[in-house]
Design a protein around this ligand. Structure first.
Ligand code: IPE
Ligand code: IPE
Ligand code: MG
Length: 235
């Protein structure tokens, strides 16, 4: 019955619930974000042995600038420190880091840290970790269309797909934190992703929670517009 492969090649995650995790413990929201970095490290370590080859995470949306200035600056500082700190382990584990989004609007020091981390991990060939920063699905579609227009290229589905900041499509999109919405994440790329909503707050998301999402994915039938009979018949 199940036609999805047992393990998704590409998983995307909306890492939501850091603030609520902290609030429940009467801690500042930034502590939730710090624990969120720990959860991401755990998740990256868990993906490789399970056969996941691409992990794309939503770390900061184009809309998150609307948050209180101290939370935004705390997040930017945390991001820079976390990236610099995690690079050696990523290099050892063959993880290639990529940053996806409107990066030119980020603080300059952070931009330099991100560029250095991309260079330092460029040889990683076990797992690609795409971190979406100042990313919005609408921004991505607009920048792709604008780059085609600037080059005088026709806007076709194939050309637009190839011009996206993230040209590959997730097989499985997980959102933690209990909310069931996309929040302007990979709008184009998730057209046929399987969606999994987890009630875990992101800092609590562990290997067992990941396995639950992967097992759910394995039981889905991905039809891409065809009938079940066609899919079962291998058409
Ligand atoms: C997600 O956690 C992390 C970012 C958006 C940066 P939140 O900070 O949105 O956590 P909640 O939704 O307030 O619990
Ligand atoms: C989505 O979470 C963005 C990230 C996880 C980075 P939000 O917490 O910003 O989403 P909304 O505002 O609840 O939709
Ligand atoms: Mg949230």
């Amino acid at each position: 019955m199940a036609t999805a492969p047992a393990v998704p090649h590409h998983i995307a995650i909306v890492m939501d619930g850091n603030g609520r995790w902290a609030r429940r413990r009467l801690l500042p929201r930034i502590v939730g974000h710090q624990r969120g970095v720990d959860a991401l490290r755990r998740c990256v370590r868990a993906c490789q042995p399970r056969g996941v080859e691409v992990l794309t995470v939503f770390a900061f949306s184009s809309e998150n600038w609307k948050r209180p200035p101290e939370e935004v600056s705390g997040l930017m500082e945390l991001l820079g420190k976390a990236v610099a700190r995690e690079v050696p382990e990523m290099q050892n584990n063959g993880v290639r880091l990529r940053f996806i989004g409107h990066l030119a609007a980020l603080p300059e020091g952070l931009q330099r840290t991100l560029a250095q981390a991309e260079r330092d991990t460029a040889d990683g060939d076990k797992l690609t970790l795409n971190v979406c920063l100042n990313y919005g699905g609408r921004w991505d579609i607009v920048q792709a269309a604008a780059s085609l227009a600037a080059r005088g290229e026709a806007i076709t589905e194939g050309a637009l797909s190839g011009a996206l900041a993230l040209p590959s499509a997730p097989d499985l999109l997980i959102r933690t934190g209990g909310e069931q919405r996309i929040s302007n994440f990979l709008l184009w790329q998730c057209a046929y992703s399987e969606l999994f909503f987890s009630s875990y707050l992101w800092p609590d998301f562990d290997e067992a929670a990941l396995d639950e999402a992967i097992a759910d994915f394995a039981a889905r039938e991905r039809r891409f517009g065809k009938t079940s009979e066609q899919v079962q018949g291998g058409a």
